[in-house]
Design a protein around this ligand. Structure first.
Ligand SMILES: CC(C)(COP(=O)(O)OP(=O)(O)OC[C@H]1O[C@@H](n2cnc3c(N)ncnc32)[C@H](O)[C@@H]1OP(=O)(O)O)[C@@H](O)C(=O)NCCC(=O)NCCS
Length: 198
């Protein structure tokens, strides 16, 4: 017997091929896999995955010890990922993407909640990110979390010379920000139940 649940955890080297596949489908200008590999070694970066984890009941019976040895551990199915850089006084959200087949299921929201939890754990009081001016879907997600457009970086994306908006969360310890986050967390649990912890 086995059961599945969703979890958010740190990205491992083994996850890179699945992450790369999602990235190349979700983004037009995907990073080469060596970037992820070197990023996993970067002490100022943290990469997280949202995955479906299979829990199998341990085999029973007289052959159980042998079965445990030869049965491979089930692999997590990677559904989404994000990466952050720890700056002196800000958390920089550098990438976030959901498998295009899995979008609209709350995974983007779940990773954003995780991003705020990382900032809180590191006692960083602001999150900063850049987003293509044409990426309305991602901007809606960030607007939802209270981000404001702080400026525009001209010609930021080299593939099509597109501009980027710099978006800032504002102080995370402001009462409006903590109330918003508590509301979003509660809404997420209401919408998606306890399918995964956020
Ligand atoms: C942007 C992206 C990360 C969003 O991820 P997602 O998993 O599809 O997003 P969610 O399922 O969490 O949200 C989808 C919708 O449900 C709504 N929703 C989900 N959870 C919700 C909640 N708890 N409360 C209220 N609304 C919620 C959202 O408002 C959203 O609706 P909208 O898109 O019409 O605004 C995803 O589209 C993606 O990977 N895009 C390609 C890569 C990319 O552009 N990354 C950003 C680069 S800056």
């Amino acid at each position: 017997m086995s059961s599945h649940h969703l979890l958010i955890r740190d990205m491992h080297r083994d996850d890179v091929p699945a992450v790369r596949r999602i990235e190349s489908e979700a983004y037009e200008d995907a990073w080469p896999s060596r970037v992820f590999e070197s990023e996993l070694e970067n002490a100022f970066a943290q990469y997280r995955v949202l995955a479906e984890h299979e829990e199998r009941d341990p085999p029973g019976g007289p052959m159980s010890a042998l079965a445990r040895r030869i049965m491979p551990e089930p692999r997590d199915r990677i559904l989404a990922f994000m990466g952050v850089w720890y700056m002196i006084d800000q958390l920089h959200l550098v990438t976030i993407a959901v498998d295009p087949r899995e979008q609209g299921r709350g995974f983007g929201h779940a990773l954003m909640l995780d991003c705020f939890a990382l900032a809180n754990a590191a006692e960083l009081n602001e999150i900063v990110l850049e987003v293509r001016v044409s990426n309305e879907r991602a901007q809606r997600l960030y607007d939802h979390f209270g981000f404001r457009r702080a400026g525009t970086l001209k010609d930021y994306y080299k593939d099509n010379h597109e501009d980027a908006y710099v978006m800032l969360s504002g102080p995370l310890n402001a009462p409006t920000a903590t109330e918003r986050l508590a509301r979003l967390r509660a809404e997420h649990v209401e919408r998606y139940g306890d399918a995964f912890e956020v």
